[in-house]
Design a protein. Sequence first.
Length: 388
Amino acid sequence: MHDDARFDTRAIHAGQAFDPTTGAVIPPIYQTSTYVQDGIGGLRGGYEYSRGGNPTRTALETQLAALEGGAHGLSFASGLAAEDALLRTVVKPGDHVLIGNDVYGGTHRLIRRIFGDWGVRHSTVDTSDVDAVRAAIEPGATKVLWIETPSNPLMKISDVTALAELGHEAGLLVVVDNTFASPALQQPLALGADVVVHSTTKYLGGHSDVVGGALVFGAGEGLDEVHERVQFTQFAAGAVSGPFDAFLTSRGIKTLGVRMQRHSQNALAIARRLDEHAAIERVYYPGLESHPGHELAGRQMSGFGGMLSISLVGGGAAARRFAESTELFQLAESLGGVESLVNYPSEMTHASVKGTEAEVPESVVRLSVGIEDVDDLLADIDQTLGRL
């Protein structure tokens, strides 16, 4: 594969060379825990024990780095395992972490409860407001600026380039959760971020059949060191993805580009339909011109993605009825699969942040728009709204 290969080509070929022994087009799954050595310390290809390294996981990590334009990738057992390993490596008790006020509930819970009990402080801020972020940085204490764009579930758009410049001026590690957009639509490292985090469970895997997480690190001496330290944390603590999970994720990635095109097309059509309906108070989707982050999203993303949220006129009661009444949109946690899902964040994905500054309004429903025929999805939406 040429170094200047475009995204869809990299998604299919990076780290995925055919098996040299048999010529198998798909690299084999190395379902092994350990490796025979050529004498003590004589490791074949550097492999010793699968917690430290596995060829199937290496293939995925190469693929992940290529997708994000990064220098190094690491594959984890889950997205939260990836976040935990990164944070445990780069912060210590007494340090301060700055996160968005609309982030995945699990991220907020991890930082607030697990790292909070360890003595790491945090503040939440609207990261779509650069001045607010600047004011929230504690010089000398803040170590990490955690950005999620588009955010979950209110689809706020944050200016990665401006925030990266601000963070670097203050000596912060700038981390972007790119799960909602995926590297097919947004490349935070190219915009100035230091590290990208993913729940590969979502769009990268794409088929709701595997749980995983990833970190991708930008290039540079300082970030090379961060990568090495996080890699050691992963090895020492053990939150690695298994070979079959790595294989499923790699397989899903190969169709990421075409899937994201369809997700985006379907979501925009549904957002426009919902935006016209009297039962809908507000549609949160950056593809709509009325969205406050529309212009910025158009600059830093190549598409607007498959995620949208809505606020219903009838408040929490109407939102619950809607979430429990759709047919093609199945009521479930998670997102990013080929099938459409509906979620009630207040009691599902974001239940853990109730009573905090990241609490999600009870009137909000989140939709993960799949790649089904859009007319069928629109009919499901229309029928559901007609029953409210």
